[in-house]
Design a protein around this ligand. Structure first.
Ligand code: SAM
Length: 218
């Protein structure tokens, strides 16, 4: 628990901010455009869970009229996010919210769209987290939650560089996107009774798409 907490303290947040602005920078516009093209949701409220330095939140806001809530448990990540959002001129459209995915400080049926990249692999209790996500999703809303690097070319180039910088990253990433991990999430979604979901798995990464139906409390 401590190890995980430290990972996103000031030093960890600085490292994530740096990599999000450099090596990972090209992935966020690709992921944001994919999500918008896939669902056609361009208005209302989007939540980016585990938003970190807010690169995905910024890319979504820049390509839509969505009002984006950048939810993260780390105050240090939010400090970086706040600077990045101001620099992008999007302070009026992206709202920082400090909180934990296991107890999301938002009302039921808040979001038209929920996105999250690279965060769910760090959550302690995925059953509780996804119950909370389903609760705050509006009927008719969609999620795109998982991890990935946008497309095959970006994934291959970024993976090679990440492994060069830190050989342990190879195993960390392999475990996250392994078929066993996909099955772990699929089993969890069935166990909590999500009626309609799809798991996308391929060159773009591993993404959980939930479609909430009307009257769909779990
Ligand atoms: N989504 C960003 C991106 O792709 O650039 C940041 C990814 S970073 C690897 C993971 C983020 O998830 C961190 O900002 C961390 O603070 C956040 N996080 C981890 N566990 C969380 C939790 N239980 N609730 C909310 N945020 C969490």
């Amino acid at each position: 628990m401590h190890e995980k907490k430290d990972k996103f303290d000031k030093k960890g947040a600085g490292g994530m901010d740096e990599i999000a602005k450099t090596l990972f920078a090209p992935i966020y516009p690709v992921i944001a455009q994919d999500v918008i093209d896939r669902f056609g949701i361009t208005e209302g409220t989007c939540i980016d869970i585990g938003s970190g330095p807010a690169s995905l939140a910024i890319a979504i806001a820049a390509r839509s009229s969505l009002s984006v809530i950048a939810l993260d448990s780390s105050g240090d990540m939010h400090e970086a996010a706040s600077r990045n959002i101001a620099k992008a001129g999007l302070s009026g459209r992206i709202h920082l919210l400090q909180g934990d995915v296991h107890d999301i400080p938002l009302a039921d049926d808040t979001a038209d769209l929920i996105v999250s990249r690279g965060s769910m692999f760090f959550w302690d209790d995925i059953h509780t987290a996804f119950r909370e996500i389903y609760r705050v999703l509006k009927p008719g809303g969609k999620t795109c939650i998982g991890g990935g690097f946008g497309n095959k070319e970006l994934r291959d180039a970024i993976s090679a560089e990440m492994i060069r910088r830190n050989p342990d990253w190879k195993e960390f990433n392999r475990k996250n996107i392994s078929p066993e991990n996909v099955e772990r999430f699929r089993t969890m979604l069935n166990e909590i009774g999500v009626p309609s979901f799809e798991i996308l798995y391929g060159d773009k990464g591993f993404w959980i798409v939930i479609s909430k139906t009307a009257g769909g409390a779990l």
